[in-house]
Design a protein around this ligand. Structure first.
Ligand code: K1U
Ligand code: ZN
Length: 174
């Protein structure tokens, strides 16, 4: 199991639409293991494969609290079957936009169909933080970031800040 590097805004790969996973083979299992290692090390409660540079429709989640046993979930090729009209607001963060948090409004509940690592199909109705996190990760595999759900002014400001930081880091490297 390896902790991989998480790609950071404004990396263009974050805007890719990830491809469905075909074979659930040893390579897929290794990627999922690495995603959990990366997510727990960050630490985070969710991760999409594209955040470690792999444009595949794979998500890992674990919403267990610090003092609770781990509850790892793997969500492959998710499809949103239904979203509630009722909305909920949650202050979101993103491992690809470190130390930036903003309130986002999304459907309060969603019904999602997905495959597990054995290729078994599941349907889950999520609410609360689970629904928020699931939608945030499904956005990632469609090239959408949580900052796309906030005002243009705030989004432009955060993109500018991270673009400047990336340029400075490149200069220091050279
Ligand atoms: O996809 C990601 O970038 C991971 C992100 C998921 C997420 C968080 C909050 C709302 C929606 C989606 C994170 O995990 S950010 C870190 C975080 O929220 C957290 C980290 C440790 C403990 C508890 C929360
Ligand atoms: Zn994110």
């Amino acid at each position: 199991m390896s902790v991989r590097e998480i790609i950071i805004l404004p990396d263009k790969r974050l805007r890719l639409v990830s491809k469905p996973v075909g074979k659930l083979d040893a390579e897929t299992r290794k990627l999922v293991d690495d995603m959990f290692a990366t997510m727990y090390a960050a630490p985070g409660i969710g991760l999409a494969a594209i955040q470690v540079g792999e444009p595949k429709r794979i998500i890992t989640l674990d919403l267990a609290k610090k003092d609770q046993a781990k509850e790892p979930r793997v969500i492959i090729n998710p499809e949103v079957l239904w979203s509630s009209d009722e909305k909920a607001k949650y202050e979101e963060g993103c491992l690809s936009i470190p130390e930036y948090y903003e309130e986002v409004e999304r459907p309060e509940r969603v019904k999602v169909k997905y495959l597990d690592l054995d290729g078994k199909e599941h349907e889950v109705e999520a609410k609360g933080l689970f629904a928020t996190c699931l939608q945030h990760e499904i956005d990632h595999i469609s090239g959408v970031l949580f900052i796309d759900h906030i005002s243009r002014l705030k989004r432009d400001r955060v993109i500018k800040k991270f673009t400047k930081a990336a340029k400075t880091a490149k200069k220091v490297e050279a």
